[in-house]
Design a protein around this ligand. Structure first.
Ligand code: Z5A
Length: 213
């Protein structure tokens, strides 16, 4: 695979979407790369339907935790097979808002499923698609929630409504996941201004991929 896959991870309100968007713009406009950006769950027509199921109990029936975990992975399989894999083969870089580590953090550390079992399900879903770099944007749970509460719609989705302890477990879980793979992960301080976070991320990308821009 010739393109690079850069994934963003972190808890609610960490700034992943903001940073993924800015990074994509910079890679396209200043570095001159072919880049696509997408998100999980979602990113394909099937994935976007799964997203609706996951976020708003679309069927009217509450999802059990096992179904939740498998639906995230189903959306991921569709995205890897139909979009990310072909893009990487074509030399396109992919900037992805959440990936496999979200399942480990939310369904593993958050919901309490066995993390190694989830790693196996992730592997089944992703095939040969693996991130070249994962940027974990770290902010406290309190700061993340304060940002989300200022969001225009004020509506919390199904997972945002989970209790504070759930979010604390997954926050700490992310740090453990990152510690296990220090060569893939970089942790960025998300409590800084958006501009400073983006500057840190660009410096990481420059040094990791030898970019001279
Ligand atoms: N999930 C899962 O459980 N398992 C899985 O395998 C996967 C996902 C893949 C997806 O929701 C949900 O699915 C998510 C995890 C779960 N849980 N929930 N709920 P989503 O895609 O809708 O939302 P999210 O990924 O959690 O994103 P977010 O909470 O909306 O936040 P964000 O993308 O990290 O941040 P943002 O949108 O860039 O910024 C949030 C707000 O903060 C916004 O008003 C910004 O203007 C502001 N912001 C951003 N950066 C800053 C800084 N630096 N300073 C101050 N304010 C800032």
């Amino acid at each position: 695979m010739n393109g690079k896959l850069i994934t963003f991870e972190g808890g609610e309100g960490a700034g992943k979407t903001t940073q993924a968007r800015e990074l994509t713009k910079w890679l396209q406009e200043s570095v001159g790369l072919k880049v696509i950006t997408t998100r999980e769950p979602g990113g394909t027509p099937t994935g976007e339907v799964i997203r609706q199921l996951l976020q708003h109990d679309l069927s009217g029936e509450p999802l059990c935790d096992e179904t939740e975990a498998l639906l995230f992975c189903a959306s991921r399989a569709q995205l890897c097979k139909n979009l990310i894999g072909p893009a990487l083969k074509d030399g396109t870089w992919v900037v992805l808002d959440r990936f496999t580590d979200s399942t480990l953090a939310y369904q593993g550390y958050g919901r309490g499923f066995n993390v190694d079992q989830l790693r196996n399900i992730n592997d089944f879903a992703t095939g040969e698609v693996k991130p070249d770099l994962t940027i974990l944007i770290e902010i406290s749970v309190e700061e993340g929630f304060s940002r989300i509460s200022k969001r225009g719609d004020g509506v919390k989705d199904r997972i945002e409504q989970a209790p504070l302890e759930f979010h604390t477990r997954l926050h700490d879980g992310y740090l453990e996941i990152a510690k296990r793979e220090p060569e893939r992960f970089v942790i960025v301080d998300g409590s800084q201004s958006s501009e400073k976070v983006q500057e840190d991320i660009r410096n990481i990308i420059r040094s990791r991929f030898g970019l001279e821009v």
